[in-house]
Design a protein around this ligand. Structure first.
Ligand code: NAI
Length: 459
């Protein structure tokens, strides 16, 4: 019987291992973490992350073949396959600060594996890491090996938060990179057999280690690039009277372009896109490719531009000042169906509004007041969208939660200051209907109301 241990019980480690456990009842899966509160939450009724369908999957196998533990060393020592799914944030100091990936957690996990292992191991990179990380990990493990044989595989995760369980049940592809040696191929095959329990063989791609590592960074860079491309178009649409939804639909019908990921918005967020592009930029610079580095940097610059353009639009529309005005923020998570606020555009938008002395009042169905306090160092949180918007001069919609489409906007309008503004950063509301109620509505990339046209945003 194969034993799997996963180091890191986060947004990736938790859901990924729960799905492996539910699909492979004969495999024992233990997820370990140094954070006791996180492990306690995984063992409780209130899981540490919100993800549609996750509760059911965890309930189906927890205590049977899925376990969560803080006894990291014991379970690593016992495992045949060790997934490493620790966080790999952007370095904040030292060489490469602000760009390079911080591999501190990864390195300490690797050293711990080397310390406690008594049998051969397959070590799987699940975290997103810079290309060539496997070489460094291999060195750490083999220099401390005590005669144990390690095989390093790269198996990057492509799940998206908010649809993690769906993505894991039916992945577009599973990617496994390994050494092109007999031992390497054997390790790739062993991991392939785990996924083959539910993923059709033709969807399991095997490559060399470097292709697998780089493909993850490349995939995130391409996805973020689509958002920045459509957001760049949204600014031009507002300037010309074109409608970005019509443009997206028209270009998305081209089968070479495709319809997905073409929604204009206040900007992308989440823990991965910015971090992984910065990482890619740094790798390009280190490899003497400044032109390539600058090309990808632009994807992030457009994202920053889109967030500040939104804030400028809000302020300029409201007579060039929001000082002392109540601005209700609907949605704080970086997208719907998650409570994750890492790198959410809402942080920058709120900071911009607070910088102009607005009174910001926030509502999000899945983000806690605690989290917002940590993100913004403020405590203005409402438990209800109607409470958040009461007495407000403006409403900003920053996350595309379905419930925001169904709010009683007449009631909201009645309780707001006039003129009442809605700035829809996700294009979720029916702008025409809201204009009928009396709102002044801004929708990203759509023809502007006469009011907004007269007060052009200073970008
Ligand atoms: P996370 O921060 O939610 O989870 C990481 C966990 O690792 C934390 O609970 C932390 O306590 C634990 N940890 C750190 N060092 C440890 C150690 N030495 N021993 C035991 N536990 C340790 O991070 P998340 O979001 O799960 O991301 C993990 C990796 O997966 C990152 O490299 C990320 O880029 C990548 N990824 C993330 C995706 C996402 O949507 N969040 C999607 C695909 C990949």
């Amino acid at each position: 019987m194969v034993k799997i241990c996963c180091i890191g019980a986060g947004y990736v480690g938790g859901p990924t291992m729960a799905v492996i456990a539910v699909k492979c009842p004969a495999i024992e899966v233990v997820v370990v973490d140094i954070s006791k509160p996180r492990i306690d939450a995984w063992n409780s009724d209130k899981l540490p992350i919100y993800e549609p369908g996750l509760d059911e999957v965890v309930k189906a196998c927890r205590g049977k073949n899925l376990f969560f533990s803080t006894d990291v060393e014991k379970h690593v020592a016992e495992a045949d396959i060790i997934f490493v799914s620790v966080n790999t944030p952007t370095k904040t100091r030292g060489l490469g600060a602000g760009k390079a990936a911080d591999l501190t957690y990864w390195e300490s996990a690797a050293r711990m594996i080397a310390d406690v292992s008594k049998s051969d191991k397959i070590v799987v990179e699940k975290s997103t890491v810079p290309v060539k990380t496997a070489e460094a990990i291999e060195k750490i493990l083999t220099h401390n090996s005590k005669g144990i044989n390690y095989q390093i595989l790269s198996n990057p995760e492509f799940l998206a938060e908010g649809t993690a369980i769906e993505d894991l049940f039916k992945p577009d592809r599973v990617l496994i990179g390994g050494r092109e040696t007999p031992e390497g191929r054997k390790a790739v095959q062993a991991l392939k057999e785990v996924y083959a329990h539910w993923v059709p063989e033709e969807n399991i791609i095997t490559t060399n280690l470097w292709s697998a590592e780089l493909s993850k960074l490349a995939a995130n860079a391409f996805l973020a690039q689509r958002i920045s491309s459509v957001n760049a178009m949204s600014a031009l649409c507002e300037a010309t009277g074109a409608n970005v939804s019509e443009v997206s639909y028209a270009i998305g019908k081209d089968s070479r372009i495709g319809p997905k990921f073409l929604n204009a918005s206040v900007g992308f967020g989440g823990s991965c896109f910015q971090k992984d592009i910065l990482n890619l930029v740094y790798i390009c610079e280190c490899n003497g490719l400044p032109e390539v580095a600058n090309y990808w940097k632009q994807v992030i610059k457009i994202n920053d531009y889109q967030k500040s353009r939104f804030v400028n639009r809000v302020v300029s529309s409201m007579f060039n000042t929001v000082s002392g005005k109540k601005v209700a923020i609907l949605g704080f998570a970086f997208k719907k169906d998650t409570g994750d606020t890492r790198e959410t555009p809402a942080i920058d938008v709120c900071k911009g509004l607070l910088g102009d002395k607005a009174h910001v009042s926030i509502y999000d169905p899945e983000v806690t007041e605690d989290q917002i306090q940590r993100d913004l160092a403020m405590n203005k949180f409402d438990w209800d969208a109607y409470e958040a918007t009461k007495g407000a001069h403006a409403v900003c919609i920053l996350t595309e939660w379905n419930q925001f489409k169904e709010l009683d906007y007449q009631k909201i309008f009645d309780n707001m200051q006039k003129p009442a503004f809605i700035f829809d950063g996700r294009n979720v509301v029916d702008a025409e209907k809201l204009r009928g109620i009396g709102f002044i509505v801004y929708s990203i990339g759509k023809p502007l109301d006469a009011w907004l046209k007269d007060m052009p945003a200073i970008a």
